[in-house]
Design a protein around this ligand. Structure first.
Ligand SMILES: Cc1cc2nc3c(=O)[nH]c(=O)nc-3n(C[C@H](O)[C@H](O)[C@H](O)COP(=O)(O)O)c2cc1C
Length: 243
């Protein structure tokens, strides 16, 4: 199996970076190959904008969907986008490593999706969900939080992960990926927010790296999340009742 890690954290000494290195090592130890896109390290520009398109379909009015399709067809996608697509195409498993920032992913990861999932190339009206470009590949979110585990859940103060990760999970499903249950590392504290003693925190974080190593090496056999597919809607986009 070949795994590709999209790493979205600005600090090499962070816990997120430790999780990224743990996945690299654990997967390599069981014989898998691993590549990484370190988005901050690459200086990836997450902002979709006219300046990325050297030969515009319509120089007078920028429409991202139309320019993405045109650049795909003309072979003029920005190099940093083309390279990201090539890395995804080679992967059987794509891991997204990031901290929860304002109940969602850091902007650099959201912008990576805006730019790399190219309309007209990697998805079209006929090529999405079960017929998506990346069908047959698996995707896995590895997320860290500042708040402790008991702060999360429906109606909680920290938020409900099914809701907070839905946009990412559903977008990956839209692109054809089989989406695995997320791995969440809770209570990665410090910098003025502390919920437990130093020794307990150190031991818990070390144990969590071991748990993550085990989880990620089983990613090829984990049950995937279930989402509606084409057959679950009628011709008016109304959900069909199960049974
Ligand atoms: C801009 C920003 C927003 C954050 N928003 C949240 C949040 O919504 N929920 C939460 O639990 N932690 C939040 N945090 C805390 C981070 O999730 C936490 O610091 C990170 O997961 C720790 O991992 P790290 O040491 O690798 O950075 C936020 C941190 C920053 C910088």
């Amino acid at each position: 199996m070949h795994a590709h890690i999209i790493h979205a954290h600005p600090e090499p000494g962070s816990y997120n970076s430790a999780l990224m290195r743990t996945a690299e090592t654990a997967l390599a130890e069981v014989g898998h190959t691993v590549t990484t896109s370190d988005l901050y390290g690459l200086g990836f520009d997450p902002v979709e904008k006219p300046q990325h398109y050297i030969r515009r379909e319509n120089p007078d009015c920028f429409a991202a969907l139309a320019e993405q399709r045109h650049a795909w067809n003309e072979g003029t996608l920005p190099d940093e986008v083309r390279l990201e697509i090539e890395k995804l195409e080679k992967a059987d498993l794509v891991i997204f490593q990031f901290p929860l920032w304002w109940h969602g992913p850091p902007a650099i990861l959201k912008g990576w999706m805006d730019r790399v999932f190219v309309s007209g190339g990697l998805y079209t009206s006929r090529m999405r969900y079960g017929t998506g470009y990346f069908r047959g590949k698996r995707a896995l979110l590895s997320v860290t939080t500042g708040a402790p585990v008991h702060a999360f859940g429906p109606g909680s103060r920290g938020g409900d992960f099914d809701t907070m990760l839905w946009p990412l999970h559903y977008s990956l499903h839209y692109m054809g990926f089989d989406v695995l249950p997320p791995y969440i590392s809770y209570g990665i504290q410090g910098h003025g927010y502390s919920y437990e003693g130093e020794d307990s925190l150190r031991d818990r974080l070390a144990g969590n790296l071991c748990d993550w190593a085990s989880y990620v090496t089983h990613a090829g056999s984990l049950e995937t999340l279930q989402f509606p597919d084409w057959d679950d809607w009628d011709e008016n986009d109304q959900a069909l009742q199960a049974g």
